[in-house]
Write a protein that binds this ligand. Sequence first.
Ligand SMILES: NC(=O)c1ccc[n+]([C@@H]2O[C@H](COP(=O)([O-])OP(=O)(O)OC[C@H]3O[C@@H](n4cnc5c(N)ncnc54)[C@H](O)[C@@H]3O)[C@@H](O)[C@H]2O)c1
Length: 269
Amino acid sequence: VAAALVADLAAFRDRHRLDRVVVVNVSSTEPVPDPHPAHARLEALSVALCEPGTVLPPSSLYAYAALRAGCPYVDFTPSTGARLPALAELAQAQRLPYAGHDGKTGETLVKSVLAPMFAMRNLAVRSWSGINLLGGGDGASLAEPGANAAKSVSKQRVLGETLGYVPEGTTSIEYVADIGDFKTAWDLVTFSGFLGTGMRLEFTWHGCDSALAAPLVLDLARITAAAHRAGRTGPLTELAFFFKDPLGDVDHALSAQWEALRRFVTGLE
Ligand SMILES: NC(=O)c1ccc[n+]([C@@H]2O[C@H](COP(=O)([O-])OP(=O)(O)OC[C@H]3O[C@@H](n4cnc5c(N)ncnc54)[C@H](O)[C@@H]3O)[C@@H](O)[C@H]2O)c1
């Protein structure tokens, strides 16, 4: 399967006479796969892929094929994708950049602006709970418990990273077929201020998933192509602005991520 994908990517590049192709994963969220010893090293992975049985989840098989075909890889989903040591090794060997994970287009985008505000004003967040209602194909996939768990982990990371502690609360995702491509997120935050005075904030976000995601996918493809052209290899941590669960040890506050992105893009020009 990997060889067929590599051939398809190479044929696409040749047919359109392209200098480079960036592969962006926008397929359905997968459950976290079972660990496999071949995930640790490229050599072991290359051997295991020639043997019977499933070694990689589809997102990682696509990442493997993209990197083998000489294409940078971007993961817009919370799936495993290139997030395996063997694939990081392959990206380095092929001198290719990669980016991810999970586009930040709705509730987490708002969280990454509000959470730093609480931290800067020294307002202690006691709980932060969110309910996401979504329809469309993504909503239907996320109704499956394994995929739902992978997405919920990705959505909660921003709080611990920006506040320095994890407040009480969870993020849940429910499928409501009737709302189609639109998504509603309702969040309740309780916090305490001077002399421990308890207060609360609520917000409701109504977003159109496709309209929010499409421009990010286009920017990611363009910026990753520019990074490849400039000779950048390995994880593109400067693209954290786009992701809920970014690669590397990076700042999770949106304003800091924006500055990092601006510096990065300016440096590529
Ligand atoms: N705002 C957004 O739309 C947004 C934001 C962040 C992350 N994401 C992520 O992007 C992904 C896509 O979201 P969507 O709303 O477009 O979902 P969708 O269900 O509308 O589309 C997913 C598509 O992937 C296809 N697919 C499933 N498995 C595949 C495989 N192995 N190979 C090739 N194609 C496969 C499905 O047939 C479907 O056409 C999801 O993982 C979602 O969590 C979307």
